[in-house]
Design a protein around this ligand. Structure first.
Ligand code: SAH
Length: 375
């Protein structure tokens, strides 16, 4: 899967920026200056790098370099405060990025808590005293995985995003919101359009740039995968990595293959083996997401099968009532059914939560990202 070739500084790490400077006969410390300008200051034009001599700025432009900050083409605001950004890349392609702000009680259930062993999550109704926001980023233009309940799947996959295009979504949104980590707390969830583990190297490079450059700690990031088993194993070996969430979404192979055809390639036994062998850090949990679809995977017997699947694991399960849309034949279960499903898990001693939908009214919620421009 190709990604778009680029001459943007966003996406280059400190070493690459240093090599770039050295290649133009500049001292090595210019690399650090570029790195700070791009990731900390989050400039959008090269002439804004005030630490660089004018002629070096001009030379970079002559050589065809640009910052590569993506443009915000459209912005939609939900009644719950969520904002959905349509972000335009240098080749004109668009992806979506979602901003889920603090302070409205939405802290619990935006996905960023995946993997945590936080006490606060056991009291979803409690008003939390700390402030944070979560950005949900896309990793590909469209998606190739073809989950039957997800609207992004309808787009197919166009291309992978470059590391700089993943970081660029975050830089653009932070600029627009006037938010500056690490002083202001920001969580990142790699749960937007695309399958991050099918764009593994660019995804991992973006993680390192976010940690080193934007200064968002890895502990505030969560990546969700549909279940690309070999990459789950690779991911466990990474020195610096976000928390992991796995989209389970069904309790047996027949059902999972029906709603997630990728299960025919890596079935539940293989997936759960990889999950069980995943090297969790102290206090970390393996998160599973389970989208509840009316009459498909939301029966008590399915909940009991889930209990068996995760038996003995240090896990948390995030239940997501299907976010609806018109093009798909699936419906959202009644609240009682969702509560009953959760209760079976809780009674079996499993930490399980119902994720609050964010931004459904502007098509910003899980599975709804399909570049809707009319709301
Ligand atoms: N490709 C990755 C990340 C993007 S999807 C993955 O599959 O995990 C993020 C989450 O949204 C996944 O858990 C997915 O199962 C869920 N999701 C997809 N479509 C949905 C829908 N219509 N309603 C609710 N959740 C959905």
């Amino acid at each position: 899967m190709p990604s778009h070739p680029s001459n943007s500084l966003l996406g280059l790490n400190l070493q690459e920026l240093t090599d770039l400077a050295l290649g133009s006969g500049q001292p090595a410390y210019r690399g650090q200056q570029l790195f700070d300008a791009v990731y900390r200051q989050r400039i959008d034009r090269l002439d804004q790098v005030s630490t660089l001599p004018l002629e070096y700025r001009a030379r970079l432009v002559e050589e065809g370099w640009n910052v590569g900050l993506p443009k915000i083409a459209r912005k939609f605001v939900s009644s719950d405060g969520t904002m959905r950004y349509l972000v335009e890349l240098s080749d004109g392609e668009t992806v979506e990025t979602v901003w889920m702000p603090e302070g409205d009680g939405g802290e619990i259930g935006d996905g960023s808590e995946a993997g945590d062993e936080l006490e606060t999550v056991t009291h979803p109704e409690r008003v939390v005293s700390w402030h944070r926001s979560t950005i949900c980023v896309s990793s590909q233009v469209g998606c190739a995985v073809n989950c039957k309940f997800c609207f992004t799947a309808l787009l197919g996959v166009k291309r992978n995003l470059e590391a700089g295009e993943i970081v660029g979504q975050i830089a653009a949104v932070l600029r627009d919101q006037g938010v500056d980590p690490p002083l202001q707390r920001v969580n990142i969830v790699f749960m937007g359009m695309g399958e991050p583990f099918l764009n593994y190297d660019n995804f991992m490079k973006s993680v390192r740039l976010l940690v080193e450059g934007v200064r968002i700690p890895e502990s505030r990031m969560t990546v969700s995968t549909a279940g690309i088993v070999p990459r789950i194993r690779d991911f466990g070996q990474e020195a610096v990595r976000p928390k992991l969430a796995i989209s389970l979404n069904a309790s047996n192979d027949a059902l999972r293959s029906e709603v997630m055809p990728l299960n025919r390639k890596w079935n539940l036994a293989e997936l759960m083996n990889a999950a069980r062998e995943f090297p969790l850090r102290t206090r970390e949990r393996m998160t599973f997401e389970y989208v509840l679809i009316e009459g498909v995977n939301d029966a008590p017997e399915h909940a009991r099968e889930v209990v068996e699947l995760v038996r003995g694991m240090r896990t948390r399960i995030n239940l997501i009532a299907l976010n609806p849309g018109t093009e798909l034949p699936y419906r959202t279960p009644e609240q009682e059914r969702v509560l009953a499903f959760r209760q079976i898990l809780v009674d079996a001693g499993i930490l399980a939560f119902i994720r609050r939908p964010r931004g459904r009214d502007i098509f910003a919620a899980c599975g709804q990202l399909k570049r809707t421009v009319e709301v």
